[in-house]
Ligand binder design. Structure first.
Ligand code: URA
Length: 433
């Protein structure tokens, strides 16, 4: 087999066979296929797409490039959750303790943030002492004993995905449905969950900007999950503005703690409760979604879910009192208000631009090996539907950088104002299963 023939085949829109896909993934990971040929193939896939069989073959080839985690030592149905990536998306911080408090084991493998999207691992590491490099034995012990554990994805898990994702990042080939579907599902399959709840984001802060594209991605991933014998549900949620009010690391921990104490923003409440409800129904805690929502709300109102969050921090090496006193989380030197350049209703917020501004302020990274500033970020004060006067504060920047004009201008440009009140947003668009 020659890579050049496979690139040509895909360029003409023909389907690649399982053997050909295996050849490509193995060849690329062992260094026999160079970046320039892989880049050409990725671009051909970007334009020509892949059918469901090819996408399934790619998913399995990515899984087989590394080890598969055996979670059979954990009792009960292990349900995992994955977001396709958004801005201000602190849902994992909320659902790990919330779902655990409902008795469902949560064995969560998470990633670091890249570009405009944040990562759960960075957010949790904003808590001093919080360890995400648990050994496999410790991870399984914690889930069995406390119903929850969160760890960074080990280097042994889907190494081919890591290499291909890094190449996609610099060849403008991230936002391809089959490539995202295979990348996400390979990690979920390799990390050993029995059932998977996918949070597929749609809107300005998501890879899938339109609902149609998000639906297409959700359908492909649900089909993949089913064909690989994993119960899979995809919830399409709104990412047409940052989720909740905080974008950053320490600030998102604080917002998650507030949520679990019953003070959640409306959009965050709708999205987090829907995802947690699906997880607990798949895990067998409740028979139906209305019961799950009611019971999960009760676990928040009673303080039980918040106690689980404190327990999670304690068992992974942090000081749980930080969640009661979030002033002890890392704090930036500068807090700068961004003023509305015009008056009117906020009709749109470019969430990707807010994510990029947060990254410029230090909260994110351009390259996966860069450090992040846990204290930096953006508070999104005004959201879609709010009415503002010219000069009123729409956002607050938190940073240790003296130079923050570029981020301030980007935040102002991220907002659209109008005299006409926008229609209320739908936070949860649809569920595909
Ligand atoms: N998240 C992933 O894990 N992979 C992608 O390709 C895109 C988002």
């Amino acid at each position: 087999m020659r890579m050049v023939d496979l690139i040509q085949k895909k360029k003409l829109g023909l389907a690649l066979s399982r053997a050909e896909i295996d050849f490509i993934v193995k060849g690329y990971t062992c260094g026999q296929i160079p970046d320039y040929q892989m880049s050409a193939l990725l671009m051909a896939i970007y334009f020509q797409g892949m059918n469901q069989e090819e996408t399934a073959a790619l998913t399995l080839a990515l899984v087989n490039s590394g080890e598969r985690i055996d979670l059979s030592g954990i009792e009960g149905i292990k349900v995992d959750k994955h977001s396709t990536g958004g801005v201000g998306d602190k849902v994992s911080l909320i659902i790990i303790p919330l779902v655990a408090s409902a008795g469902i084991p949560v064995a969560k493998m998470s990633g670091k943030g890249l570009g405009h999207t944040g990562g759960t691992i960075d957010k949790l590491e904003a808590i001093e002492g919080f360890r995400t490099n648990l050994s496999r034995a410790e991870f399984i012990h914690n889930v069995n004993t406390y119903k929850m554990a969160v760890a960074g994805q080990s280097a042994d898990l889907t190494p081919a995905d890591k290499m291909i994702y890094a190449l996609r990042d610099v060849t403008a080939t991230v936002d391809s449905v089959p490539l995202i579907a295979a990348s996400v599902m390979s990690k979920k399959i390799a990390s050993g969950a029995d059932a998977i709840v996918l949070d597929v984001k749609a809107g300005s802060g998501a890879f899938m900007k339109s609902l149609d594209r998000a639906r297409e991605l959700a359908r492909v991933m649900v089909e993949l999950g089913k064909s690989l014998n994993k119960k899979t549900v995809a919830v399409i949620t709104d990412m047409s503005q940052p989720l909740g009010h905080e974008v950053g690391n320490a600030s998102e921990v604080r917002e998650a703690a507030e949520f679990l104490q019953g003070r959640g923003a409306r959009d965050l409440t709708a999205v987090a409760l829907t995802l947690a409800a699906h997880m607990t129904v798949l895990g067998g805690a409740y028979n139906d979604l209305p019961t799950a929502s009611r019971e999960l709300t009760r676990l928040i109102d009673s303080g039980s879910a918040f106690q689980y969050f404190k327990k999670l921090v304690k068992i992974q090496g942090g000081d749980p009192e930080v969640l009661d006193n979030p002033g002890r989380l890392p704090r930036a030197k500068y807090h700068v208000a961004v003023e509305a350049p015009a008056g009117g209703y906020v009709t749109a917020i470019n969430a990707e631009a807010v994510g990029m501004a947060s990254m410029l302020l230090g909260a994110g990274r351009k390259r996966i090996d860069e450090p992040v500033d846990y204290s930096a970020g953006v508070t999104v004060v005004k959201k879609i539907g709010d009415r503002v006067k010219e000069g009123e504060t729409i956002c607050i920047m938190h940073t240790n950088l003296a130079e923050h004009q570029e981020a301030g201008a980007a935040l102002q440009n991220a907002y659209t104002f109008s005299d006409i009140e926008p229609a209320p947003l739908t936070y949860v668009h649809e569920v595909i299963q």
